[in-house]
Design a protein around this ligand. Structure first.
Ligand code: PLP
Length: 389
């Protein structure tokens, strides 16, 4: 007799981004002539860089002249070599340690298959929901590690051991980035407990503070305990194109994970499309880097505009410096959902209520800074009015 997966019953009823998307659509339908500002879902708002678009188009044309079928399931060597050249070579990696995919979401949600079913998972909270949801539906034992405002929302290693830890750095949703010292603590802890750290690093391109490493592998010993996940989504505007990668070191204290990853990819996927990988390659070229870093600068400038407006209002917030997210404390006596609804209904600003990122997210709303500077200016004015109410 077929049965549905009972673990789905343990998930929150709604996925917060879908819920807020519906509310936004409803608001658009109700007030079609007004400008609704989307500071909700963390999606890009600038068009694809021209050099990337050209490379994708050229690759598609190339496929009209010669047959190019299935590619390697781990990704084309040209892109893995370029990633080594761009950064990972200096950190001591080789192309075989890079595994391409269609997104970090896919990687984060499916990598459970590489680990024993009794794996005990630790997830700092508030959290990007995918780590929690995907761990729960495969029936893993999941523990949340609350992070607190008094500690600046920095997750600190617990006394006890766990097998697998998801660390999002810079963090979605709090916008906080752990520096060298805190990451060193995690690496030391993971070594002691023979744990594996899954480090979601998709926002590394936003890091500008000198005390924050761009990769976990800048921490000594991390190659024994950490798998890093990166994506072209935010770094190069690929949310609608889909390309990401995991770095799985051969030197992990579980060395078989590297070969399991090869075996896993061989049945799990037939790879990422050739034109998209060519586009990703173009994003690593001189022109691609120039164009995409201008986009990141625009988003960072939008974050700065919002931060200075919150500063002027004397509001409490975190993030927005090494990350495209601002974690804004809601007024006393109001829930995060209520404040998010007020901002939508009164100020036409879409935000994500902190409660959607787990119980420790209550009391805050997340503002996405993937917006133009013009939208950031308008949002700042509306926020000032909302705060004055
Ligand atoms: N990881 C984090 C922390 C994210 O915030 C997001 C998207 O917002 C993703 C992963 C998704 O990445 P991708 O587009 O590569 O699936």
């Amino acid at each position: 007799m077929a049965r549905s997966n009972p673990h789905f019953g343990k998930l929150p009823k709604n996925y917060i981004f879908s819920l807020m998307g519906e509310k936004q659509a409803q608001m658009r339908a109700n007030r079609p002539n007004e400008e609704i500002l989307n500071l909700g879902v963390g999606d890009i708002s600038l068009p694809l860089a021209p050099s990337i678009a050209l490379a994708i188009g050229d690759a598609a044309l190339e496929m009209s002249r010669m047959v190019r079928g299935y590619g390697p399931e781990v990704g084309y060597l040209f892109l893995r070599e370029a990633l080594i050249g761009a950064e990972y070579g200096q950190l001591g990696f080789s192309p075989e340690e890079i595994f391409l995919s269609d997104g970090t979401n896919t990687d984060a949600a499916t990598l459970h298959e590489l680990f024993d079913e009794k794996t005990k998972i630790l997830i700092p909270s508030p959290t990007y929901p995918v780590y929690f949801d995907s761990s729960v539906v495969v029936g893993k034992e999941v523990h949340l590690l609350p992070t607190r405002q008094e500690e600046g929302f920095i997750p600190r290693p617990p006394k006890e051991g766990y097998d697998l830890v998801f660390l999002c750095n810079p963090s979605n949703p709090t916008g906080i980035a752990m520096g060298f010292t805190h990451l060193e603590e995690w690496v030391t802890w993971a070594k002691k407990h023979k744990a594996i750290l899954i480090v979601d690093n998709v926002y590394s391109c936003f890091i500008s503070s000198p005390n924050v490493p761009r990769s976990i592998y800048e921490i000594s010993g991390a190659r024994e305990v950490a798998i890093e996940m990166r994506s072209f989504s935010k770094q190069a505007g690929f949310t609608g194109l889909r390309c990401a990668y995991m770095v799985v070191p051969k030197s992990l204290h579980l060395p078989e994970l590297h070969s399991l990853c090869h075996r896993w990819k061989s049945f799990k996927t037939n790879g990422v499309s050739y034109p998209i990988q060519k586009g990703a390659l173009a994003s690593l070229s001189g022109e691609g880097k120039r164009e995409t870093s201008l986009q990141i600068e625009t988003y960072k400038r939008s974050a700065a505009i919002l931060r200075s407006s919150l500063d002027e209002q004397g509001e409490t917030y975190y993030g927005g410096t090494d990350s495209p997210y601002i974690w804004w404390k809601v007024p006393a006596g109001v829930s995060s959902q209520q404040w998010s609804d007020t901002l939508l209904n009164e100020s036409l600003i879409v935000t994500i209520p902190g409660s959607g990122f787990g119980p420790s997210g209550e009391g805050f709303v997340r503002l996405s800074c993937f917006i133009s500077n013009r939208i950031a200016e308008i949002a700042s004015e509306r926020i000032e009015t909302a705060c004055a109410l």
